[in-house]
Ligand binder design. Structure first.
Ligand SMILES: [Zn+2]
Length: 274
């Protein structure tokens, strides 16, 4: 059995939360959040979007736990090898993904771990087929989100350019990286989702856009938006107020090359960047 995983690559606050929810609203797709949140969830330090604060409190994660136990494992025993690649156990990871699919009845998993190094590790898990999706924002919007987190402009842009370059230079063994911009996702969610669903071997479903906010989710960690029940996709342009005119110019200038290269690889010919 092939385990298909849509793997979201991108910076924090680049739209991965929204995209994860839109994908999760598909009848054959389950989004789990980042796997690094699982040990934190087991320890009671992260919660599920259903409100549960431990696997026992969540009906869905309890099913995953039972499916794992049938395979001789438990959530508490999983180590995803973030710190130490040697500790990554491919067999355990495979059993974890099988359990997620079994508990949800889905065909495709969305993993929002975002890191490229972990992606490379997952490529080594037998039977796993990865569909890498890179989501990026306008550098001004990224700098604005980071500013709210106390990250300075130069550091933001340094990270932005570095991450863009690293993701664009990836050469995955399976599917090529599909690039998409957060802004374009908000302008044309149906078109952008259809591209991803096609890469994952599924058809776009209208409910992914029309009622995604009402769908039950069991995504671990993340921000408040995941508890939002509305299905409005509203482009966040608060950077226009949060960044000073000078900061806007500086962010646009310092991030322009990476941004345009991302847009080019996304295939947005003629799409304006503002
Ligand atoms: Zn839950």
């Amino acid at each position: 059995m092939t385990i298909r995983i849509i793997y979201l690559l991108g910076l924090g606050h680049s739209g991965t939360t929204l995209l994860g929810r839109l994908l999760n609203a598909h009848s054959r797709v389950i989004a789990t959040g980042g796997t690094k949140n699982i040990p934190l969830f087991v320890a009671g330090r992260k919660s599920c979007t259903c409100g549960a604060e431990s696997p026992q409190q969540c009906e869905y994660w309890s099913r995953v736990e039972r499916a794992l136990q049938r395979r001789g494992l438990s959530l508490a025993e999983l180590n995803f090898g973030y710190e130490d690649q040697q500790r990554l156990d491919r067999d355990k990871l495979r059993k974890y993904f099988e359990s997620v699919l079994e508990a949800s009845g889905a065909d495709v998993i969305v993993d929002t771990s975002r890191r490229r190094t972990y992606f490379t590790k997952l490529e080594q898990v037998p039977g796993v087929e990865l569909i890498p999706v890179h989501i990026f924002k306008d550098p001004r919007a990224q700098a604005s989100s980071n500013k709210r987190k106390g990250i300075g402009l130069l550091r933001s842009l340094w990270n932005y350019n570095l991450r863009g370059r690293r993701v664009r230079s990836m050469e995955p063994a399976g599917s090529p990286v599909l690039h998409l911009s957060y802004e374009q996702l908000c302008r044309d969610p149906r078109g952008e989702l259809a591209r991803i669903m096609e890469a994952a071997g599924l058809e776009f479903e209208e409910q992914q856009v029309s009622t995604f906010g009402e769908q039950e989710t069991h995504i671990l960690g993340g921000n408040r938006q995941r508890r939002d029940k509305s299905s409005n996709i509203q482009l966040d342009e608060t950077w226009r107020e949060r960044l000073s005119p000078f900061e806007q110019k500086a962010a646009a200038y310092l991030g322009r090359r990476s941004y345009h290269e991302n847009l080019r690889q996304a295939g947005y010919n003629g799409v304006e960047s503002r």
